[in-house]
Design a protein around this ligand. Structure first.
Ligand code: SAH
Ligand code: F3S
Length: 463
């Protein structure tokens, strides 16, 4: 008998990407087969993001496009917009037959069975506030870096943020399960894992065995693991022990994503962030003292309600003092159910765009300056795909998360290679393999056995 096929597409952050990998695993466990072709699929799933209005709107235009191109196809909506809009999808998008919120995935097999048994509209947006989403099978799309959720949800109340409403309260996975999964990943051939959570460093081991920093150290010591990343760290819970763990475990990548949101203490207060500019800066100072040269990245929001010129300038000056290797910047987007929705937003749309462009421009200059210091250095990269500009050029990442493009044979995919940085740009570096055996392209060699191609999953938020 031919297997039932599903197609799944994902919007949003790394956690969404990984949720899709687990949903795919759950379906495969039920006898389904994944397909890359919508045409072939009996069930089309769209995993959605509602962090900003634009992301949320994309979902409806995508559903409209699916309906037009594939009329009669059964569509399921998953994720944060599913959680937020619930049954309204059935009215707004009649091709939708399944709605599953981002904190209800444990129920997926049951919901799919209901759909199979002929039920026309299946919905679950209750929030499982006790369990993380676990599956026997996980269909990972990136063959080199494995995502692994260690904590779901968020207990904070940042006034701009929809996440606590869509993903529910924090719940952490027991450390023994996390470590067992890391061991399984090594058996599958992975050497790099990325531990995920909306506030990954709020991790609280239900077994009370490890702190977050201790868990990082333990994962880093699992035999076969060469790189451990973690995202996203909330500054308020970012303790010195995390830096100390990076200092004493070479497998812990020397890269910290620490979203500041604003450089102004008064804006941070209105955002209900639990730290001041000065407290944030003190944490950064400690990170910078690390002998490993830890690279910092962050997210910022411009044009938060009431943001004055002076407050905006404080964000700009923070970028100068910290020196981020990478920055993800967004215009404030009012979201449903959030506290800031009721605040007077007196910054015009034009002014917000001007501020964002100004900030991005300045950050670009800072990145270009910073990257220049890399030229001439020899760095180790994990080769995980191809240059976005040239599919014949390999791309790898340093431990600090710099992308280095260089020429070499495909056989290097999935391997750790030493390259000398020859040129630098705002977002990536150009290098040369220092191993004479692996210089230049030998893409056509039939002797070379290749791994499946790497999939680029974007930055910490993938959007
Ligand atoms: N837990 C993380 C943030 C996760 S949300 C932290 O504590 O920082 C991912 C990013 O989306 C945030 O860092 C923020 O910069 C951005 N974001 C969230 N809500 C937003 C909104 N309403 N408007 C614009 N950007 C937003
Ligand atoms: Fe959002 Fe703040 Fe939590 S940004 S994810 S409410 S820490």
């Amino acid at each position: 008998m031919e297997k039932k096929k599903f197609y799944i597409e994902t919007f949003g952050c790394a956690m969404n990407v990984h949720d899709s990998e687990k949903v795919a695993g759950a379906l495969i466990g039920m006898g389904y087969e994944a397909t890359q072709s919508i045409e072939e699929a009996g069930l089309v799933l769209v995993n959605t993001c509602s962090i900003r209005e634009k992301a949320s709107e994309k979902v409806f235009s995508r559903l409209g496009a699916l309906k037009k191109a594939f009329p009669g196809k059964k569509v399921g909506v998953l994720g944060c917009v599913a959680q937020q809009e619930g049954a309204r999808f059935f009215q707004r998008a009649p091709n939708v037959h399944l709605v599953v919120g981002s904190a209800s995935y444990n129920n997926i097999p049951h919901l799919i069975r209901e759909l199979e048994s002929g039920k026309n509209r299946v919905i679950d947006i209750h929030q499982d506030d006790e369990h993380c989403f676990e599956t026997e099978v996980t269909q990972r799309v990136n063959p080199y870096r494995a995502y692994l959720t260690i904590i779901e949800g968020c207990d904070n109340v940042c006034s701009f943020c929809v996440v606590p409403h869509t993903r529910g309260p924090e719940r952490s996975r027991p450390s023994d399960q996390v470590i067992a999964e890391v061991r399984r990943l090594v058996d599958e051939g992975y050497t790099e894992v990325q531990l995920l959570g909306q506030n990954v460093n709020s991790y609280r081991d239900p077994l009370a065995k490890y702190s977050f920093a201790q868990l990082l150290g333990t994962v880093a010591e699992v035999e076969g693991i060469r790189r451990v990343r973690f995202a996203t760290s909330n500054p308020q819970n970012f303790v010195r022990e995390i830096v100390d763990a990076i200092n004493s475990h070479p497998a812990l990548c020397n890269a910290v994503h620490l979203p500041v949101q604003s450089g102004s203490t008064s804006v941070l207060r209105r955002m209900r962030r639990e730290y001041t500019r000065e407290e944030y800066q003190r944490k950064v100072e400690y990170i910078k003292q690390s002998p490993r040269g830890i690279a910092l990245s962050a997210d910022v929001i411009v044009g938060f309600p009431g943001e004055t010129d002076t407050e905006f300038e404080e964000t700009l000056s923070l970028l100068e003092t910290v020196g981020y290797q990478q920055l993800y910047s967004f215009i404030y987007s009012p979201r449903p159910n959030t506290e800031s929705l009721a605040m007077i937003d007196d910054v015009s749309a034009e002014e917000k765009s001007r501020r964002l462009a100004f900030l991005q421009n300045r950050q670009r200059e800072l990145q270009i300056e910073r990257a220049k210091s890399m030229v001439g250095k020899v760095v180790e990269v994990l080769v995980d795909g191809f240059s976005v500009k040239d599919p014949n050029t390999l791309a790898g990442r340093t431990s600090t998360n710099y992308v280095v493009n260089f020429s070499g044979p495909r056989v290097l995919l999935g391997r750790y290679v030493k390259v000398r940085v020859m040129k630098s740009g705002a977002n990536s570096l150009v290098g040369e393999s220092i191993d004479p055996l692996f210089q230049g392209n030998t893409f056509s060699s039939p002797m070379i056995q290749t791994h499946p191609e790497g999939v680029e999953l974007g930055g910490p938020h993938g959007n």
